[in-house]
Design a protein around this ligand. Structure first.
Ligand SMILES: NC(=O)c1ccc[n+]([C@@H]2O[C@H](COP(=O)([O-])OP(=O)(O)OC[C@H]3O[C@@H](n4cnc5c(N)ncnc54)[C@H](O)[C@@H]3O)[C@@H](O)[C@H]2O)c1
Length: 295
């Protein structure tokens, strides 16, 4: 298969990542179907996308006509069958839990046409762990977008030992067509490159906070003012979702058994309290109203 053969893309999961990935695909000219278990999640996704795209029109980033065309290519459904049965390329963006992803991939393998590529947007789970439930491990890869996908340019495209060159090339070509810079990683490692580096920084920041060396606001200020980071590690956790940081650590701990990878107590506390960052109006910081990132 070549990029010209990809007409229909299915995005599974319409949360923080999925709805914006689907919009990118529709803007890139693909007929795109976005699927979620929850009707309400789909309604939220659609409303948020209209809000973002209206702002793009106001700012002159896109014409009213192009916006309408893109929405004309975007379909919302709760039916996986409807979303995946005609798809040439599928991007999964559901909750960061291995069992849930394996379950979806097994279903997709049964529903999607034999030629379809199955990509996971997981932040950390290598595709070989997911591909083994399918009969097409050569057509499985990771496509790791960054939050918020309508703003962040990079996508890590990750191969397993079984991912074919054709699959990797198609994923890279999809990135190009939707205006994103794909970086191809030929060796899979949990967390890939960006999140391994970010994880090291975040672990140290949380350890310094938990040991009482510095307050989280001061750690953020030092990272911004001394290291020139655009955002401190705690601000970034609030932006991405503290639950996402928690699941990423929990998944890595499940894989390595290394106590250093265990989710930090202060992060677990926030997840248990439901204070997950910007999306809930409170995380490390307080926000006037729950909001997604401004895209
Ligand atoms: N949030 C980030 O910063 C970020 C960045 C990069 C990658 N990711 C990855 O993207 C994926 C999604 O993260 P998110 O932040 O969008 O999560 P989210 O919780 O905002 O959204 C997940 C969505 O998936 C839906 N869902 C759950 N199980 C499903 C199923 N079986 N079938 C269909 N839909 C299902 C939920 O209803 C929800 O709407 C995760 O793998 C995460 O690691 C997240």
């Amino acid at each position: 298969m070549q990029i010209e053969d990809i007409r229909n893309i299915c995005v599974v999961g319409s949360g923080s990542m999925g709805h914006q990935i689907a919009m990118l695909c529709a803007l890139g000219g693909f007929e795109t179907t976005i699927q979620d278990l929850e009707e309400r999640a789909l309604q939220n996704a659609e409303a948020k996308l209209h809000g973002i795209m209206d702002k793009w029109v106001q700012k002159g980033k896109i014409s009213e006509e192009k916006k309408a065309e893109a929405f004309g290519r975007l379909t919302f459904t709760t039916s996986l069958e409807e979303a995946a049965s005609g798809a040439d390329f599928i991007i999964e963006a559901i909750v960061e839990k291995l069992d849930a992803k394996r379950d979806v991939f097994a279903k997709l393998d049964g529903i999607a046409p034999p030629h379809a590529v199955l990509a996971s947007n997981s932040s950390t789970i290598v595709n070989s762990l997911i591909a083994e439930v399918t009969n097409r491990p050569d057509q499985v890869c990771n496509m790791h977008f960054f939050f918020p996908p309508l703003v962040m340019d990079c996508v890590e495209v990750v191969m397993s030992e079984q991912t074919s060159e054709e699959t990797a090339q198609l994923a890279m070509d999809v990135c190009k067509k939707i205006g994103r810079t794909g970086v191809l990683l030929r060796k899979e490692i949990s967390g890939f490159v960006a999140n391994r580096i970010l994880g090291a920084l975040s672990r140290e920041a949380v350890a310094l906070y938990e040991e009482g060396i510095a307050d989280f606001e001061d750690i953020d200020t030092i990272c911004k003012k001394a290291l020139n980071h655009p955002m401190g590690p705690f601000e970034l956790m609030d932006l991405s979702g503290i639950d996402v940081a928690y699941y990423v650590s929990a998944q890595r701990f499940a894989e390595t058994g290394d106590p250093a990878d265990k989710p930090a107590a202060c992060v677990e506390e926030k997840v248990n309290a439901g204070t997950l960052g910007r999306k809930t109006g409170k995380g490390w910081y307080e926000y006037k109203q729950p909001e997604g990132a401004k895209a």
